[in-house]
Design a binder for this molecule. Structure first.
Ligand code: PGA
Length: 249
């Protein structure tokens, strides 16, 4: 039985004041009881604040990105060890915004995934197709390519220590959610592809859905057999809504 995981991707939002309130409210809500494992991913500059508020609680935190390099002359970058220093447990890798806006190729994403894993972080690997790719019937080809980059670089065992998030790009921040069945079909495809390499890794792999998850669609999505939780963007900035999603799992 896979535990439901709900991760909030705060993206480039927040401030010390706003986060203080948000973290406090999430913490209170989680302490009041949720079944899901809850993770928040604030901007890097606020990870120390998350650590200060959440240490010792059931809420984990993580980065939104990392460098594949260990250290050195990489201005503006953040290494896996730096995230660990701030007691992160998780890190998002290959989010579609990183791929589209910052030119991250499948190979770079695979290097980041490997760097996260080597450091002992749990990478949340994002995969997903563009609208034109879905319309051209290429969803499975695209998702397989993104997944295979990890399998080729790090092997299937690398997925036993990570999480996959299926995020159709056309559903991110658009208010358009994949239907539970559309999402389930791709999740089942991902699990099937992993099971070709290792049935046991596939069985245990948490596969999250992301893309306009809201309190009013989370229950239906999380009820699908291969959907093990969500990666939540916009709705994770509102404590009540985020907690409602956490309770949906
Ligand atoms: P959204 O973002 O929930 O705002 O659609 C999801 C994500 O980008 O991870």
């Amino acid at each position: 039985m896979r535990q439901t995981l709900v991760a909030g991707n705060w993206k480039m939002n927040g401030s010390l004041e706003a986060n203080h309130q948000l973290l406090k409210s999430i913490l209170e809500g989680v302490e009041a009881g949720v079944n899901a494992k809850v993770v928040v991913c604030p901007s890097t500059v606020y990870l120390a604040q998350a650590a200060e508020t959440l240490t010792g609680s059931d809420v984990s935190w993580g980065g939104q990105n990392l460098s594949p390099e260990k250290s050195g002359a990489f201005t503006g970058e953040v290494s896996a060890d730096m995230l660990l220093n701030l007691k992160c447990q998780y890190v998002i890798v290959g989010h579609s915004e990183r791929r589209a806006l910052f030119g991250e190729s499948d190979e770079v994403v695979a290097e980041k995934y490997a760097a996260a894993l080597a450091a002992g972080l749990i990478p949340i690997l994002c995969v997903g197709e563009l609208l034109e790719e879905r319309e051209a019937g290429e969803t499975e080809t695209v998702v397989a390519r993104q997944l295979d980059a990890i399998l080729e670089k790090s092997g299937v065992e690398a997925l036993s220590a990570g999480v996959v998030a299926y995020e159709p790009v056309w559903a991110i921040g658009t208010g358009k959610t994949a239907s539970p069945q559309q999402a389930q079909d791709v999740h089942a495809f991902i699990r099937q592809r992993v099971s070709e390499k290792s049935a046991s890794v596939a069985e245990k792999l948490q596969i999250l859905y992301g893309g306009s998850v809201k309190p009013d669609n989370a229950v239906e999505l999380f009820a699908m057999s291969d959907i093990d939780g969500g990666l939540i963007g916009g709705a994770s900035l509102d404590a009540a809504g985020f907690l409602a999603i956490c309770r949906a799992g």
